[in-house]
Design a protein around this ligand. Sequence first.
Ligand code: DTR
Length: 340
Amino acid sequence: MTAKHCMRQTMMLCAALFCLIALPVRAETAPVKLRYANFPAAATFPCVAMERWAKDITARTGGAVSIETFPGGTLLDAKNMVRGVMQGQADIGCISTAYHPGAYPFFSVFELPLGFSSAETVSRVMWELYTKHQPKEVSRLKIIALFSCAPSQVMSIKPVKTPADLKGLVLRASGILADVATTLGVSPVSMPQSDTPEALQKGVVQGILSSFDVLKDYNFAESCRYGLAVDMPVYPFMVFMNVKTWDALPAAVQKAIMDLAPEHSAWTGKYVDDHGKEALEWSAKTHAFALTELDAAQKKALREMARPVIDQWIATAAAKGIEAGTLLEEVLRAKEKAEQ
Ligand code: DTR
């Protein structure tokens, strides 16, 4: 073997060794870029939460992860969100499970009139029970945050001052909230929040059943000058990835995301609770929004009227394989504990 030949062999060996050692390291440290799609307008709480999460995850991974955010349905709208993430058009997506009746029977328990008074509490309880039960309905998705909006209230173009004024009022309400609204005499029309501005403008609906944050973030207070605080159920939300995309992430990035998940979920709940109060003040000042607050007994009476929706849910969820009665009791126990 000549000296030249020997040298070439040594160089090839070194190159092979370099590939073996350096490539996995590079894969661990290569910057990760993820696209996060959201359906509502940029000013709304799911998008505020998205921006916060993006900032936090970049900071916690020392810049190894960067997130490109797409608010307002610019990459995927509410209806195409899950399919789009599964097909890889976005890496991360956000939906309200209430917009997909029947698809998320476990999470639908949070759409019931259970008397939750804050989004922060719902968000904490959702995360706790999800991690405990790991429901089958989301086995194709990797859940990275769970939260809700604040309790739903009536915002209307027509004056509403008493529960009797709800009779025949055409309000936008989605999922089980639509059934709850029916028990109160409302005529519900289902659609994602992002379609509501046009529906209000065209007179398709006379108002909305949603949390108060939208008065400001969608400027609904300009047309809906009347509010009735009824404390009806929340809409649950989930932020998720495609499992394949998730599995391809470095372990350290996965850990950072899961460490952030419960904290981010609770943060989002608290944000929307606080922001709803600000939105109410802003609406009163800017648009003379007139709010009537029902007292505790009146709110309880409305929840009693909506009780058949709970019984119906128990039957429907059980038919989908959920231990509905047990889950409901667990949610109520966790609620009580979280509220103490
Ligand atoms: N009330 C639910 C959820 C919700 C509350 N605020 C916003 C803002 C943007 C999108 C959804 C929501 C709903 O009406 O869909």
